[in-house]
Design a protein around this ligand. Structure first.
Ligand code: ATP
Ligand code: MG
Length: 237
């Protein structure tokens, strides 16, 4: 792992993330020249994570206690695996999944990016990918010069995957159903942690995603219903 010297963190809103994990900015900026120190792992993970977080969510901090518990679980499993196998750093390989449900604008994407930012500063490394379901289908449409299977594996095999807006398309097609099934089935079978959001009502999930996907999600995910209304409209009012 590359050694990243401490940097100025002003404007990053990183303190609340560190505080949520009982850590401090002094710890994060520890200049110990050790590429495997947990602080250096956190600096690497944070830099990689912020390259994936959209500008709008760059200061997001998760507020739901279930997300904190989920991160605690992932961190604990990663540390256990490291203790079993040895290895210089703890990284995420297996763990539980989460499904955030709620109406449009309630804050699902904000919570999810907040969780990814918090996980980044934990000192445990996560190789992760993010996509919206719609972008995933678009990226996988067979077309000349694109290896759709390689693109699919990038998401399927990510150690941690965040899929935003699952089931948002009005009319599922055979193609979207097949992508959903192959993706969810693989992650289900291999216990690969996946963070999903959807604004589909719980009662309609099976109709939108099909029974086989919904059944797997029921077993692999803790469901977190988010209450409230559209924060975008509230902000505009
Ligand atoms: N806890 C929060 N604190 C401050 N702003 C928030 C919070 N949660 C959400 N927001 C803001 O509210 C707006 C809606 O949040 P977000 O984009 O996460 O909604 P969503 O549930 O993902 O909506 P959609 O289903 O349309 O994708 C955004 O501008 C976001 O930055
Ligand atoms: Mg969203």
């Amino acid at each position: 792992m590359q050694y990243i010297p401490p940097a100025n963190l002003r404007g990053h809103d990183i303190e609340p993330l560190l505080a949520a994990r009982g850590l401090t900015a002094d710890w994060f900026n520890l200049h110990d020249f050790d590429p495997h120190s947990t602080a250096n792992v956190a600096r690497n993970a944070y830099a990689e994570t912020m390259a994936k977080v959209p500008f709008h969510y760059r200061t997001a901090v998760a507020s739901l206690p279930q997300l904190r518990t989920w991160i605690d679980g992932l961190v604990a499993v990663a540390r256990e695996k490291q203790a079993e196998r040895g290895g210089p750093i703890a990284s995420i390989i297996n763990g539980p999944s989460l499904l955030l449900l709620g109406v449009c604008g309630v804050g699902k994407t904000h919570e999810a990016y907040g969780a990814m930012r918090e996980l980044a500063v934990s000192g445990v490394y996560a190789q992760w990918q993010v996509t919206t379901a719609a972008d995933l289908y678009a990226a996988l449409r067979p077309r000349y010069g694109v290896d759709s299977e390689a693109e699919f594996r990038k998401y399927r095999d990510a150690r941690l995957l965040f899929v935003d807006d699952l089931g948002a398309e009005r009319k599922p097609t055979e193609f979207t159903e097949e992508v959903n099934f192959r993706l969810i089935n693989h992650r289900y079978e291999h216990h690969m942690p996946t963070l999903l959001t959807s604004n589909v009502e719980p009662k309609q999930l099976a109709e939108r995603l099909g029974d086989r996907v919904t059944s797997r999600l029921a077993e692999m995910c803790e469901r977190i219903p988010m209450k409230g209304n559209d924060r975008r409209r509230r902000a505009a009012a």
